[in-house]
Design a binder for this molecule. Sequence first.
Ligand SMILES: Nc1ncnc2c1ncn2[C@@H]1O[C@H](COP(=O)(O)OP(=O)(O)OP(=O)(O)O)[C@@H](O)[C@H]1O
Length: 228
Amino acid sequence: MRLVAQAVTVTFPGRATPVLNRADFHARQGETVAILGPSGSGKSTLLSVLGGLATPSTGAVFVTDDAGAPTTMPLAKASAWILQTTNVLPERTALDNVAIAAELAGLDRAAALDRAAHALAVVGLGTRMRARTRVLSGGEVQRVVTARALVAGRPFILADEPTGQLDRTSTDTVLDALFDGVRTTTPTNPATAPAGLTARGLVVVTHDPVVAQRCDRVVHIDDGRVVT
Ligand SMILES: Nc1ncnc2c1ncn2[C@@H]1O[C@H](COP(=O)(O)OP(=O)(O)OP(=O)(O)O)[C@@H](O)[C@H]1O
């Protein structure tokens, strides 16, 4: 499966120039792609259109099969999100927040709780999974959101600065979990395995060179244009 943006232009009201200007982009399952660029260059906007959260003014965003033929899969169902604004349920535990995503992906409650517990352990939150997310630190919530994306059973993960609030050690833990769960069809930890053992794709917006170095490809955006 591929996530494709073709000649996408996004213009926001009140802005003279487009935020994205005929941007082309693609990512396929099994690969990891970093989006780099200066602040305000349009990285998060590209992620938003890829996930169906924003609509291009012109151009197209769609999901194809591996051969490039269009599919009927809606953008909103193709990807799980790791956003900078972490929209967790504050009065629910970390475990519950992640388990809900696994249930939505089709697991029964018991299997969802089991998978959620494993995913939280993998991102280093095994000892905090019974805490309500409102008492967790920013970095801990970011890891809950990562675990949630890993169990969501979607072909792609779109991540906006997924390690932005983490120290180096937690960053390495989260990156190991993300890359292990994304790139391979046989992850070392079954908790992060994509449904059906089909490799996922990861598109990650980052300023962190360590994150970019671990990706298969790096795409640079400057002033709304994809420059590489
Ligand atoms: N809904 C909106 N309405 C108007 N302008 C917007 C909107 N969303 C984003 N912008 C503007 O579009 C530009 C690109 O924003 P975007 O968030 O895509 O940049 P970015 O490359 O991700 O930046 P950063 O690295 O700082 O997060 C910015 O100037 C931003 O202010």
